[in-house]
Design a protein around this ligand. Sequence first.
Ligand SMILES: [Zn+2]
Length: 181
Amino acid sequence: MDELNRLLEGNKRYMSGKLAEKDVGSAREASKNKQTPFATILTCSDSRVVPEFIFDANVGELFVIRNAGNIIDDIVLGTIEYGTEHLGTPLLVVLGHEKCGAVTAACSGGECPPNIAAIMSKIKPAKAKGGGVEEVIDNNMKNVVDEIRDGSEIVRHLEKEGRLKIVEIKYFFENGRVEVK
Ligand SMILES: [Zn+2]
């Protein structure tokens, strides 16, 4: 099964409410000296968007980066490079979600404290493309993928060599489903 299918199969289990039986102790033991995750995932800090639950994954399987709005800066890019190049995950997922608070705030505009403003400014280009909140969320995911490619020679190289696949996935609260964009 390829890595994307592995995530989607896990999501089916999550949606059904019947997660795979996991021996977390064994997984911890097996990975104590080395991690071998199969996917790098950049997602939002939203407490309801938890990749290990959404994709029914165990300890050591997902290399996860989270921040409000699943946005890019140098540290995120470096972390993505660590996951994809150093750890060699063949899959990189940008996992956005419906009703994202960070994107909603960016769409509303208004004054905010400087550190929050830094987040808003990252979402601005998606907002500038117009549309409602959900369209801005989708455009933000697209922009993030573009920023990864523009900003990382390592990622471009891995993709060119066929060693890395990048996908955008959107998560929905209602039934826990995900949609591959
Ligand atoms: Zn969010």
